[in-house]
Write a new protein. Structure first.
Length: 465
């Protein structure tokens, strides 16, 4: 009886310490869902039918060692034990053998990045190590900033509503995102220079994303703006309403638009050091970079990355367009001018050319300043030397990273309306594949160079009249 009790106890201990079940998360416009992962021959597998079912009309049929699947009007064929498949008559290599178990087709997780674009007809992004798959442009980005002096609050702004599970332990608060397609910032480690809330880290694993906030005192989380804002604050003030946050895609209320005479007043004080502007948006798609990739989507991703890079260097930054919103050229200039930025950076993307083009304004003739006012069409005139100096600094940093770069002057609005050092940075792939524009490593390579240049010229830019 004693021996049997020991066996039962050992079985209980072994079961309680067994590895947790692995999960695979899929994020799409149609649905966000989680699937179990099975391991066969040291490889992770998922059921292909289960991956596709929430996305569209799909059927599958097994015939001995052959398995066929039809998604919408796309046909694919697999053979058990083979490391390739055929999709619409074209061969696709698999990272491990296809498995057929009781009529269920299992594909290696690592093959989904090459297999699904052919079946779905659009881009996918696979985070294989953490078991997360993004179909199309569905990622939820976030920024973090510190507010308050005596009692700091850490404010996270997300581009879409989130509802993470919250857990705490001594010295840390964890937000776990099981259903939301939250993705990493430019740097997975964020520092804030606060003794109370010194840093936060981003990590992924087992189909989830986690943001962990370090703290030296007990903190709690509160939600606002319909789940787009999460505020981490000491328990003593967590019940207080956080300051209202601008919804993604909006900017602070501007000053009145230029009058009929076309003039705006000279700035008197600065609030944001840098204004970052993601070009295009809303009905203005910009360039069609590929059959599935629009310029307006790339510029938003670049703007978020640049903001993170700038703020990690201690540079307060406003992003004018943080979602798919319409902003006119005049509105963009007004927001930059009324926020009295030291530098304005417009971001563009292109499928042609290689590397980066850095633009400064090319001003029209015939407009003159009148007293304390400046002509709207030549507002950039007095700041043009500062813009050109900043362009030189940005080019130098890009060249250090072996990125092809050119400088140009062009009548590219709203540069000529901006009363600060003003640049337009147009990013093209280094090769012939526009998909490189969506690669986080490439985006960070560019934005890190730009941010480093701005940080090195901070004192010079701040002293610009």
């Amino acid at each position: 009886m004693v021996g049997r009790g020991i066996l039962i106890l050992l079985s209980t201990v072994l079961l309680s310490t067994a590895a947790p079940e692995k999960h695979f998360a899929v994020y799409s416009v149609a649905a966000n869902y989680s699937l179990p992962v099975v391991q066969r021959e040291a490889h992770d597998y998922v059921g292909l039918l289960e991956v596709l079912e929430p996305l569209g009309k799909v059927s599958a049929k097994a015939e001995r060692q052959r398995w066929r699947i039809r998604y919408n009007k796309v046909d694919a064929e697999f053979n058990a034990g083979k490391t390739h498949a055929r999709v619409q008559g074209h061969d696709v290599d698999l990272s491990a053998k296809f498995l057929l178990e009781n009529g269920r087709g299992l594909v290696p997780v690592g093959s989904l990045s090459s297999l699904l674009p052919r079946i779905l007809g659009g881009p996918v992004t696979l985070h294989e190590d953490s078991g997360r798959l993004f179909i199309g442009s569905v990622a939820t980005h976030f920024t973090a900033s510190l507010a308050g002096d005596n009692t700091p609050r850490l404010i996270f702004n997300f581009t879409s509503p989130v509802n993470p599970s919250i857990s705490t332990e001594p010295g840390a608060l964890h937000m776990t995102f099981s259903r939301e397609p939250v993705v990493a910032p430019a740097s997975p480690i964020l520092t804030f220079g606060s003794k109370t809330l010194p840093s936060a880290t981003y990590s992924e694993g087992n189909g989830t994303a986690v943001i962990s906030v370090k703290s030296t005192i007990p903190v709690m989380a509160s939600f606002s703006t319909d789940g787009r804002t999460v505020t981490i604050a000491p328990m003593a003030i967590v019940g207080q309403s956080p300051p209202p946050a601008a919804a993604p895609g909006t900017a602070p209320s501007p000053a009145p638009t230029p009058s009929a005479t076309g003039a705006n007043a000279t700035p008197v004080a600065r609030r944001y050091f840098a204004v970052v502007d993601a070009s295009h948006g809303g009905d203005d798609h910009g360039e069609a970079l590929s059959s599935t990739l629009l310029e307006k989507d790339v510029t938003v991703a670049l703007a978020r990355s640049l903001r993170q890079q700038l703020e990690s260097r201690g540079i307060t930054t406003l992003v004018l367009r943080d979602s798919d919103a319409n902003l006119t050229l005049d509105q963009r200039a007004i927001f930059a001018n009324t926020n009295h930025a030291a530098i304005y950076i417009a971001l563009h993307a292109a499928s042609s050319g290689h590397g980066v083009r850095v633009y400064t304004a090319l001003l029209p003739y015939g407009k003159y300043d009148r007293g304390p006012f400046r002509s709207w069409t030549t507002s950039q005139q007095a700041l043009l030397p500062a813009s050109q100096s900043a362009a030189v600094d940005v080019v130098a940093e890009l060249q250090k990273r072996q990125i092809p770069v050119r400088t140009l002057s062009a009548p590219l609005r709203p540069l000529n309306n901006v009363m600060a050092a003003a640049l337009a940075v147009e990013v093209a792939p280094q090769g012939s594949d526009p998909a490189q524009l969506t690669a986080p490593d490439y985006q960070e390579l560019i934005t890190s160079a730009v941010a480093t240049a701005v940080a090195s010229a901070r004192d010079k830019l701040a002293a610009t009249p």
